[in-house]
Design a binder for this molecule. Structure first.
Ligand SMILES: Cc1cc2nc3c(=O)[nH]c(=O)nc-3n(C[C@H](O)[C@H](O)[C@H](O)COP(=O)(O)OP(=O)(O)OC[C@H]3O[C@@H](n4cnc5c(N)ncnc54)[C@H](O)[C@@H]3O)c2cc1C
Length: 544
């Protein structure tokens, strides 16, 4: 017999986990369907937030990569850098939890074209940022970053202290007239990262109205005959087909997988895919244009938590250009990553999958610059906005295979940002040395930041979701992962996904006639949910 719920949430990451947390105390019966299991608790898997390459955190990212196969624009297979767990990508993220800048919500001209405006402004959204920062225990300091918007409250937790190396760099940059800032970071008291599993989902597992089913991959949605409502959520649960029903269905499977589910749910009334009358489902895929730059510093900077420093002086162009360039983030110790990159570079690769390097690799600066005799490698991540382009898309072929077509934008801006970094470091003890290559896969395969495949907007002809993230064409379908972004800016997106999920959660609570803070009912009618939850937890071997 099919199970009945008030709300089904597909995916338990930044969007889905945060939404579940927001709605849990309404007392409504909530089913979370998550294709992954719990990330095993073992050394390294709950490390402090660090850079995303060449540290212990990174090894766990690789070990827990999904074994899925996706296909590029030419139909060639590749393994994407995706992680399916309770908590989604936040289980491996760097926990840099930044707000978009106010100008990211506006229409803004880039070298490669226009970044479209959002249908609401930063100030309309600000209070949701504040709520998300509270939930994810963001440690930060307002007033340092020249590009940040206004804030209604100070951060509740002070910024994470710079390691000596980062502090030295901050001092040198400040002297040179730059405005380095402490990167806002979601970090718990035990210094592990604040992820959606630990912060949002686990606290719900002893609530009788919340059921988490792991190992449950949603494959398609069923609708009524007119195609106006979702009537069933079809799940592959450990090889068995099951169907779940709820008054409201929310997709939060991530920007690629939510689009895939909608496109795979084509039916007579939605022949091009569910909610896809506009033809926009899967389109406007944005991945951020990111490159990791190795710099060499003479002092032996110990491996440590160095992802504490950011620089946004070039976010809107600044000294080098009149166009927006992007953000710079100090990453962790990169000694190991540098060696791995060199090994990789020696391997033969197919030329189509090698991103043109921003600059040619240079000779080791230790050979040409005596100041760097006993150098240590540290990393910077440069992030430039990837503009939404209809041709950049997720699609599903006749055999149900997922295809990613993505030509990045922002290469010219990324080159200028790299030049800006070099100029900036010239006044310090660091020297920008080389860009880490990632050969062998299309660039989008490595993306940490998929967004934009079901964008929100007021016009059903050009957007998939309305301003509450409800599908224009269905009365009970919502999407709350990173799919909704009309543009993605050049800062990490997770905080915006979380803030938006809280926003949509409050809308849904109101729609269901309750307030999110209302105490949960514990009626006997929830025994089915309890049973399912126990099964799920037993199957996953999860601990509190
Ligand atoms: C290595 C790495 C580092 C990152 N660092 C940062 C950072 O420092 N700061 C930042 O802001 N962002 C960072 N990000 C990006 C950030 O984690 C994502 O932007 C964010 O998690 C996206 O939220 P989401 O809800 O869209 O997707 P996710 O958080 O990935 O959640 C999607 C969930 O849906 C599940 N799912 C997928 N398909 C199905 C299906 N068919 N059925 C059921 N469940 C399904 C997945 O298992 C997952 O739990 C990083 C990402 C990575 C990979």
């Amino acid at each position: 017999m099919a199970e009945e719920f008030d709300i089904i949430i597909v995916g338990s990451g930044a969007g889905g986990g945060t939404l579940a947390h927001t709605l849990a105390r309404t007392g409504k019966r909530i089913l979370i369907l998550e294709r992954g299991g719990f990330l095993p608790a073992e050394p390294g898997s709950r490390d402090r937030p660090q850079g995303t390459q060449g540290n212990s955190c990174d090894k766990y990212q690789d070990r827990y990569l999904s074994q899925e196969t996706w296909y590029d624009a030419h139909g060639r297979p590749f393994q994407p850098d995706t992680h399916y767990f309770v908590g989604g990508a936040t289980k491996v993220y760097g926990a840099a939890l930044c707000r978009l800048r106010p100008m990211d919500f506006a229409r803004i001209e880039h070298i490669d074209g226009m970044s479209p405006a959002w249908p609401f402004s930063y100030s309309d959204f600000e209070s949701w940022y504040d709520r998300a920062e509270w939930l994810y225990q963001v440690h930060g300091q307002h007033g340092e970053d020249p590009t940040e918007g206004s804030w209604s409250q100070e951060y509740r937790w002070p910024p994470v202290t710079h390691e000596p190396l980062a502090q030295q760099l901050a001092d040198e940059l400040t002297l040179a007239g730059y405005q380095p800032f402490h990167t806002p970071t979601g970090v718990l008291l035990d210094e592990s990262r604040a992820d959606a599993d630990v912060v949002a989902v686990r606290p719900l597992l002893n609530l009788l109205n919340v059921t988490l089913l792991v190992g449950a991959e949603v494959t398609r949605l069923q609708t009524d005959a007119r195609g106006r409502s979702v009537t069933g959520v079809v799940v592959n649960h450990a090889g068995t087909r099951e169907v779940y029903r709820a008054d409201i269905v929310v997709l939060a499977a991530g920007a690629v997988n939510s689009a895939r589910i909608l496109l795979s749910s084509a039916c007579d009334s939605h022949s091009g895919g569910l909610a896809n009358g506009s033809g926009q489902v899967g389109r406007n895929l944005m991945c951020h244009n990111q490159s990791d730059v190795i710099a060499v510093v003479r002092e032996l900077a110990g491996a440590g938590f160095q992802q504490t420093l950011g620089v946004n002086d070039f976010y809107l162009g600044g000294r080098q250009a009149r166009w927006p360039l992007g953000s710079i983030q100090l990453l962790g110790d990169q000694q190991e990553a540098r060696q791995e990159a060199r090994q990789e570079a020696r391997q033969e690769v197919t030329s189509d999958h090698v991103r043109p390097a921003i600059v040619p690799r240079q000779r080791d600066p230790r050979q040409r610059d005596p100041r760097h005799g006993a150098g240590r490698a540290v990393g910077f991540r440069l992030t430039t906005e990837d503009l939404p382009r209809p041709a950049n898309r997720v699609s599903v072929d006749g055999q149900g295979r997922l295809r990613l077509t993505h030509v990045p934008t922002g290469d010219a801006a990324a080159r200028l940002l790299y030049r800006s970094l070099r100029a900036m470091l010239s006044g310090t003890r660091m020297i920008a040395h080389e860009i880490l290559g990632r050969p062998g896969k299309p660039p989008a395969a490595h993306s940490a930041d998929y967004a934009g495949t079901c964008r929100l907007g007021a016009d059903p002809a050009t957007s998939v979701l309305d301003l509450n993230c409800q599908a224009h064409e269905l009365d009970n379908l919502y999407v709350v992962d990173a799919s909704f972004f009309p543009s993605v800016g050049a800062v990490s997106p997770a905080l915006t996904v979380m803030a938006n999920a809280i926003r949509v959660g409050e809308h849904l609570a109101a729609r269901l006639g309750c307030r999110p803070s209302q105490s949960q009912s514990q009626s006997q009618s929830q025994s089915q949910s309890t049973q399912l939850r126990r099964q799920a937890l037993r199957a996953a071997g999860a601990t509190g």
